[in-house]
Write a protein that binds this ligand. Structure first.
Ligand code: BDP
Length: 326
């Protein structure tokens, strides 16, 4: 009798182990807004392969490209609540959700892309990462998104050239303030709608980096790209905090390692493909112009900083760290 009982118990224990063994395998869904031919699409595919290898298939990541899982603000909310596990996000749309992330959305806050990475690798990056993780969107690695510049049907050389233009921006009040401060009319809009809006004249212009300008065909409906480089916004491979923290330490290290390796790959691809994207759009007829003096653009942003810091005085410390980082 006793033996029978213990055999039953053993059977139950084995069944439980089996069940929990199955439960510990995770099939994650990843959001990516870009299509084939964009560096981040290749990097997210690489990330998926790396996760599978590093976790011996215990965690799989299925990447959904082209924004099919929703717009960026929607997908961010999904990752925050754990309905989607992971994604390649731009920090711009994270700002309205996590105040600290807004540091990178202040125009001209960074001197260059390397400067931006130095800031992220320092104390400011730690503060931002913690705040993002606390909000449910934990950054595993930072990736490059170059600098954003204006494009329109005429060259833009001074803030006065933006006056009266309707310019599409990503969802973040800092960008609407930025355009208003130049005398333009900001139009927040989902990325997927911008090409049509440019084509039909619903907007007069937009702003982005070369790979994105090319990948979704904005260059086909635009004549001039002006190198204002007013925003240098990093992106992340970000995971739902709870799902990540529920993993064993070993699995966490494997997933983080995969993200870091995918980020190195992304940065290499970015360097090559953003040059190429510029050449491709020029070959297609887009006129690219340098902005000889960015001073007037920077000067116009004083009002944006003043207004923002008056409403968010606790952000002054992050701004000061970024500005004093060499
Ligand atoms: C691209 C970013 C993407 C944004 C898009 C936009 O990679 O995350 O959604 O710009 O302007 O450069 O909405």
């Amino acid at each position: 009798m006793i033996r029978k009982f213990s055999t039953t118990l053993l059977g139950a224990a084995m069944a439980l182990t089996l069940v929990s063994g199955v439960a510990s395998a995770a099939n994650w869904r990843a959001w990516n807004i870009h299509h084939d031919g964009h560096p981040n699409t290749a990097a997210m595919d690489r990330f998926s392969e790396l996760v599978k290898d590093a976790t011996n298939g215990e965690i799989t990541v299925e990447v959904f490209h082209g924004g099919v899982l929703g717009s960026q603000p929607d997908a961010l909310e999904q990752v925050r609540i754990g309905a989607i596990e992971i994604g390649n996000f731009n920090l711009g749309p994270i700002g309205p959700m996590v105040k600290e992330a807004n540091l990178v959305s202040l125009p001209f806050i960074f001197k260059s892309v390397p400067h931006m990475f130095r800031v992220l690798d320092g104390e400011a990056g730690d503060i931002m990462s913690k705040a993002m993780a606390d909000a449910g969107v934990l950054p595993l690695a930072w990736v490059d998104a170059g600098a954003r510049s204006f494009y329109s049907q005429k060259p833009i050389n001074t803030p006065a050239d933006v006056e009266g233009l309707k310019i599409r921006v990503m969802n973040n009040d800092l960008y609407t303030s930025m355009i208003s401060a130049m005398g333009g009319n900001p139009s927040p809009m989902a990325f997927s709608e911008v090409q049509q809006a440019l084509k039909t004249g619903v907007v007069d212009g937009a702003e982005n980096n070369f790979p994105s300008f090319k990948n979704v065909g904005h260059y086909e409906v635009t004549t001039h790209y002006s190198l204002s480089e007013h925003l240098i916004i990093p992106e992340c491979i970000c995971v739902n905090t709870k799902k990540f923290e529920a993993l064993s330490a070993e699995m966490q290290a494997a997933v983080r390692g995969a993200a870091e390796e995918a980020a190195v790959y992304q940065r290499e691809l970015w360097a090559v493909q953003s040059e190429q994207a510029r050449k491709d759009v020029e070959a297609a007829g887009v006129k690219v112009n340098e902005v000889a003096d960015k001073g007037p653009f920077q000067a116009a942003m004083t009002a944006v900083y003043d207004e923002y810091l008056a409403a968010n005085p606790d952000m002054a410390k992050l701004v000061e760290i970024a500005q004093s980082t060499e």
